[in-house]
Structure formats: structure tokens, C-alpha cells
Design a protein around this ligand. Structure first.
Ligand code: HEM
Ligand SMILES: *[C@@H]1O[C@H](CO)[C@@H](O)[C@H](O)[C@H]1NC(C)=O
Ligand SMILES: *[C@@H]1O[C@H](CO)[C@@H](O)[C@H](O)[C@H]1NC(C)=O
Length: 433
């Protein structure tokens, strides 16, 4: 009984219409309402207990190995079971002799999704190889493999689980909907847990190498070789072939402009700030020794699984860690990622908001914290961004141009329990649990 009450509280997503948009003439919200949950099409689980129906293709692997266990011979940054590690990187990954973390390509039954960082981690058994993971694995993997700081590792993992997974089991699919294996309610009757593939939860429009949901029949998670080539083209134009912060800032700005022009259902809400953060991993985490190394084509394409197709485009192979690769010496934390978000946004400020029909952009004119009239303040600081990241994770945030998605109470409570300790010393005002 208690269980089902908790589950109901958790799954009952309530949606409040934005008063200001309800009466706008000519607004076409049919596409949004046709996909009320933003579940990617045709991507539910099959297999034992699966309820996906005939077109369900989310793979089912009965073998759930879990991440390779901690081995004192190969401690990396020393994070065990989701706890803080040393934060001391500069470590070769996988370490010579560490068989458990050698590259193992995914099989047809393993789940992979829109995040090259997670796909790579699963292909090296830092996450469970079947693509069903949990909080402890995510927090340790991000520290041990990439030398993300504990605070940032917790923040991103909590976002992923709260939006796309299950806060009771803390399980998350790194791709398609595998509710039967992630949920406290495996029948899935109380609600679906869509995994990282889901649109407008963590995943959003303007991705670097994935198409927008509404421009690609609901597939916003598959690697696109022509988009990777476009990003490389910008690297050539901007930074002599390097995927550095200027390249990424220019290319992200272009991606916004493309979505604005092409996508009648384009949405760019406050959560899109996280996409700037994800993009910063390319130049601050992927290179050998992080920012000391070069974000060159060899390194970036290996993590992305991008291989030239001989015609100027790229095909996809499984993502992997480059040979002779060492992670960042200094851990990458919330303060650092906030300053990259501020930098990229500041280079090419964009309006938050969305299209309601082609060439019909409406800026968010409801104030969300420091976002006013659809914009961040001109001189936004890293500290401002840090506090905004906390607010985005713990407040009701505009979820589409038409709706505000309210965090169910149980999700909010869990998120606050996880995040308040790591934001304790930031000086940001915290919500009381
Ligand atoms: C729990 C941790 C993480 C979760 C849940 C997560 C999830 C995601 C999701 C959902 C996206 C798609 C965003 C979009 O719509 O563009 C994404 C993109 C991305 N992530 Fe992650 N991520 C995590 C950690 C990491 C780490 C540690 C790295 C790198 C070391 C990374 C690298 C990237 C990159 C480069 C992209 C952009 C992909 C593209 O569009 O080309 N992520 N991530
Ligand atoms: C917000 O924009 C809508 C549509 O343009 C407009 O009708 C409404 O009055 C605006 N609201 C505020 C508070 O400015
Ligand atoms: C970028 O420049 C390199 C080196 O000149 C070239 O080989 C590559 O084809 C260029 N890539 C694109 C996408 O323009």
C-alpha cells in the first residue's frame, strides 16, 4: 500500500498551462499534444514482461553484469560505490593490465543512447554493459574514468535519474525505455521511465550530433555523421581543426539558428543550459590530460565512434576511449562547468523560448529566476549559473513552450536530499527538504 502510494506520487506528473500562451491566436500545439510524454517512437522494451507491443524494439539483455567491480590494483581516482574519490587524475584509462575495463563493443541486446560519454563508459564496463545503470555506478564511473569532480558527477547523475529513470531504485536506462528493468513498478502501469532517449527531459533540441525530435520522426538520439562533419568543418574554420571552446561555442550557436529556422516545434528552455555543459566535455574532458591536451579529430571521433565514410561524412562505430589515454589531472566540477556555460552563452546569447509553428518564435516571457524576457543577464557569472543549475533541478521549470512541468513531490524530495549537500558551500540559496 505504501509502495503504491509512493509510486503514484512519483509518477503523477502534473502539468500547468502557461497562462500567457493559451490565448495566443494561431498557436499550433498539436504536435506537442500528439507526444504528451515525449517518448521516442518505437523504443519500448521487448522480452519477458515487456509491454511494448508489436513495434517495440528496445533491446532486452537478460545478462545484467553491473559495472566491473572496484579493483585495488587499478584504483583510478578511487571512487567506490558512488562515494567521493580522491579527485586526483592524470591516470591512464584503462590502466595497462586492467582487463575488466578493456573495450567491449555492445551486442545487439545492449542499450546505448544519445550521450557519447555514457556509451563509452558502458563499452568499457565502467557502467553495466547492458546499458541499465544506477546512481552509484554513474557517480563512480564519472569520477574514475573522466575525473569529473564528485559534485558534478552527482549533479548530472541525479538529473538523469530524476528526469528519465527511477528515484527509488535509482536505475536509469542510458537509451530507450526499459521501465520493466528500471522501475520500482516493473509492470509499468503507473508510468513509463523513458531513459535518456526521451525528448525534452534531459535530451533537447540543438544537439551537436543528434537531430531534433520533431525533425527526425522522434529519433533525437542516433549519431548523425553529416552533423559530426559539420562540427568538424567549424573546427577547421574556427580553430585549425580543433574542437576547442571557440569551435564549440560557434557550432552550438549555429545549431540553435538551424533549429530556430527549421523546427516548427523548436524548444529551448532553461534546461538547455545543460547542453552547453555537455558540449564543454568535448574540450575539457575528452582530450588527453583534459585541457592540457588537444581536442583534435582523432580524440573526439574515437569517443564519438565517428569514422570517415569516404564521402566527406561519417559512419558510426561503438564509442571508445582512445589508445594511451589519460584523464584530466584536475577534477572538473560544478564551478568549472558553470564558467564554460557562461562563456559559451555569452559569446552568442540566445533567446530562451520556442517555436509555435514555423517562423513563429515566442520568447519565454515568464521570469524564471535570472532568466528574464527570454535572456540571461548580460554579465552573467559562473556563480549565477551554478545557482541557476540548482534551481533548474529543484524548481518547476518551463518544460515546453506551452507547459510548466511540476516535479512530483517524491522526485523533488529525493533530488533535494541528493543535491543539497553538494551545493552546501556554493553560497546559493537552497530549498529546505
Ligand atoms: C550521469 C551522467 C550523464 C548523463 C545522464 C548524460 C546524459 C546526456 C544526454 C541525455 C545527452 C543528450 C543531450 C542533448 O540533447 O544534446 C548528453 C549529451 C552529451 N554528453 Fe552526456 N551525460 C552524462 C555524462 C557525460 C559525461 C561524463 C560526458 C563526457 C565525458 C558526456 C558527454 C556528452 C556529450 C559530448 C554530449 C553531446 C552529444 C551530441 O549531441 O553530440 N556526458 N548527455
Ligand atoms: C507574453 O507573450 C504573449 C504572447 O506574445 C503575450 O500575449 C503576453 O501578454 C505576454 N505576457 C507578458 C507577461 O508579457
Ligand atoms: C578539416 O581539415 C582537414 C585537414 O585539412 C581535412 O582533412 C578535413 O577533411 C577537413 N574536414 C572538414 C569536414 O572540412
Amino acid at each position: 500500500m505504501i509502495l503504491s502510494l509512493l509510486s503514484l506520487a512519483y509518477f503523477a506528473t502534473s502539468v500547468t498551462a502557461w497562462a500567457w500562451i493559451a490565448n495566443v491566436p494561431g498557436v499550433d500545439l498539436s504536435a506537442i499534444y500528439a507526444h504528451p510524454e515525449y517518448l521516442p517512437k518505437h523504443r519500448r522494451q521487448t522480452g519477458p514482461g515487456g509491454i511494448g507491443g508489436p513495434d517495440a524494439i528496445c533491446p532486452f539483455n537478460s545478462d545484467h553484469p553491473g559495472a566491473a567491480p572496484y579493483d585495488p590494483d587499478f584504483p583510478y581516482t578511487g571512487s567506490i560505490n558512488g562515494l567521493p574519490g580522491t579527485g586526483i587524475g592524470g591516470v591512464q584509462v584503462p590502466a595497462p593490465g586492467d582487463e575488466a575495463h578493456q573495450f567491449t563493443p555492445p551486442g545487439p541486446n545492449d542499450i546505448r543512447g544519445p550521450c557519447p560519454g555514457m556509451n563509452t563508459a558502458a563499452n568499457h564496463n565502467f557502467l553495466s554493459h547492458d546499458g541499465i545503470t544506477n546512481l552509484a555506478e554513474l557517480v563512480s564511473a564519472q569520477q574514475n574514468l573522466y575525473n569529473l569532480a564528485y559534485d558534478l558527477a552527482v549533479f548530472i547523475a541525479v538529473r538523469g535519474i530524476a528526469l528519465d529513470g527511477d528515484v527509488v531504485t535509482t536505475k536509469l536506462s542510458i537509451g530507450c525505455d526499459a521501465t520493466e528493468r528500471t522501475s520500482i513498478d516493473p509492470t509499468g502501469t503507473l508510468g513509463r521511465e523513458p531513459g535518456l532517449d526521451a525528448h525534452n527531459k534531459f535530451e533537447g533540441d540543438t544537439s551537436l550530433t543528434r537531430r531534433d525530435f520533431f525533425l527526425n520522426d522522434g529519433d533525437a538520439y542516433t549519431f548523425q555523421g553529416d552533423m559530426f562533419a559539420n562540427m568538424y568543418r567549424v573546427a577547421n574554420e574556427t580553430s585549425n581543426g580543433l574542437f576547442d571552446r571557440d569551435t564549440i561555442a560557434v557550432y552550438r550557436s549555429r545549431r540553435y539558428d538551424e533549429s530556430l529556422a527549421d523546427n516548427a516545434n523548436f524548444y529551448f528552455g532553461p534546461k538547455a543550459l545543460l547542453l552547453y555543459g555537455a558540449a564543454s566535455f568535448i574540450y575539457n574532458v575528452f582530450p588527453v590530460f583534459g585541457p592540457e591536451g588537444e581536442a583534435n579529430i582523432d580524440t573526439v571521433s574515437t569517443f564519438y565512434g565517428a569514422v570517415p565514410d569516404g564521402n566527406g561524412g561519417y559512419n558510426h562505430v561503438p564509442e571508445r576511449i582512445p589508445e594511451n589515454w589519460f584523464n584530466r589531472r584536475v577534477a572538473y566540477g560544478i564551478a568549472e562547468i558553470s564558467s564554460e556555460i557562461a562563456y559559451q552563452y555569452g559569446r552568442f546569447p540566445k533567446l530562451f523560448g520556442g517555436n509555435v509553428g514555423k517562423n513563429n518564435f515566442l520568447a519565454l516571457n515568464t521570469t524564471f529566476r535570472i532568466i528574464k524576457d527570454g535572456k540571461l543577464p548580460d554579465e552573467v557569472t559562473a556563480k549565477d549559473i551554478t545557482c541557476l543549475l540548482y534551481q533548474i533541478a529543484t524548481d518547476n521549470v518551463p518544460g515546453t513552450v506551452a507547459n510548466e512541468v511540476e516535479l512530483p513531490l517524491q522526485v523533488l524530495t529525493w533530488v533535494l536530499t541528493q543535491l543539497n549537500p553538494i551545493f552546501q558551500n556554493t553560497g546559493c540559496p537552497l530549498r529546505i527538504i
